[in-house]
Design a protein around this ligand. Structure first.
Ligand code: COI
Length: 355
């Protein structure tokens, strides 16, 4: 017998949504999942209308940043069956973030049942268009009312869902960040925790003022090794191989990233993960041996990079060379809607019973 109670909205707001024109992150579907952690266990599990929550001004997440999240997607196949992309990898990563931030883990069965039941309940909110999806945002935060630096005893776990199109609607231009850093080895860069994103805002704003979409983060010790973009991991397509920076504790372990590596290897490409220097990228570009670069992430899926600017070079990537990224994107988008066979076993059909 499921422990998840269900309370449906009286009036759905679905009719107000234009699936052909959805601003990313601003439109929420009718229902959310909610659970509280109290006396050492997750309880009060429910699917309920998406609504405001009351918080005390001293809620610890607001003061000391114990707050973690995931980003996942649900799509529909050709016959309208909702599909999830690697949900088990997302609960593994959420719990890795929880451990790093000294927060309670979410039992895998609760997480998966909540996702399946919530997506099934709001399946009419999944945009059918290729490249669009229902973005799923599970998040956990500290709720003790306490001013003092210690781990909270109480937490809340919520899941929101949002119909979305692609996060980046056009190719992305990057500025190599030479002053600020996103994360250090031994820090929290590998955790999907809110402060990592807050730390990126000022550098991103300064880069935007210079005409770039995002910064490309470098390692915090030497500003020598490429890390990631913050909204996505990075891949560089050289003449004879594809390289993505190895995860070193300061880089988010992207689930799209790991899936792309599997796909490319499966297609017979040479894929390497190592601490990639910006100098190697620049040298290859100068010799004409860097074909393209792209970013990967749940929200971004696969985003072409149009430009990478460093202090001494402005690398431009021509759309006519975006062959591999186009192939990867079409495979991922196709698998997500059941148009392309799921040969890696990534897709999990939504089960209305949540198991
Ligand atoms: C995701 O890709 O799911 C993220 O959390 C990144 C953010 C740009 C939405």
């Amino acid at each position: 017998m499921s422990k998840i109670k269900t309370i449906a909205v009286e009036n759905s707001s679905l009719d107000n949504v234009d699936f052909n024109n959805i601003p990313f992150g601003r439109v929420f579907s009718d229902h959310m999942f909610s659970a509280v952690y109290r006396n050492g266990e997750w309880q009060d599990l429910k699917i309920c209308p998406t609504e405001n929550i009351n918080v005390h001004p001293a809620m610890m997440a607001l003061h000391y940043g114990q707050s973690i999240f995931e980003g996942m997607k649900a799509t529909v196949d050709q016959s309208g069956i909702p599909l999830l992309f690697r949900p088990e990898k997302h609960i593994e990563r959420l719990n890795a973030s929880a451990r790093r931030m000294c927060m309670p883990e979410i039992p895998t069965d609760i997480f998966l049942e909540a996702i399946h039941r919530l997506v099934d309940f709001d399946k009419a909110w999944i945009p059918p268009q290729e490249g669009s999806a229902l973005y799923i945002r599970p998040f956990v935060f500290a709720t003790d009312e306490y001013i003092g630096v210690t781990a909270s005893q109480n937490y809340r776990f919520l899941i929101l869902t949002l119909p979305v199109g692609p996060y980046y609607s056009k190719p992305v231009s990057l500025m190599v960040e030479r002053k600020y850093v996103r994360a250090v080895k031994g820090g929290v860069g590998e955790a999907k925790t809110c402060g990592n994103y807050a730390a990126s805002l000022l550098p991103a704003k300064l880069a935007k003022e210079k005409g770039f979409d995002q910064v490309m983060w470098m390692d915090a010790h030497e500003f020598k090794y490429i890390q990631e973009v913050g909204t996505m991991n990075l891949f560089f397509v050289f003449k004879d191989r594809i390289v993505t920076p190895s995860t070193d504790g300061a880089i988010l372990k992207g689930i799209t990233r790991m899936s792309i590596i599997d796909y490319l290897k499966g297609e017979g490409h040479k894929v390497e993960e190592y601490p990639l220097t910006i100098d190697e990228v620049k040298e290859a570009y100068k010799k004409g041996e860097l074909i393209e670069a792209f970013g990967s992430g749940t929200a971004a899926v696969i985003a072409n990079i149009s430009r990478i600017k460093d202090t001494d070079i402005d690398m431009q990537f021509d759309a006519s060379h975006w062959k591999l990224s186009t192939e990867v994107k079409s495979f991922f988008n196709g698998v997500r809607i059941g148009k392309v066979p799921d040969k890696y076993g990534w897709i999990v059909p939504v089960n209305s019973q949540g198991n």
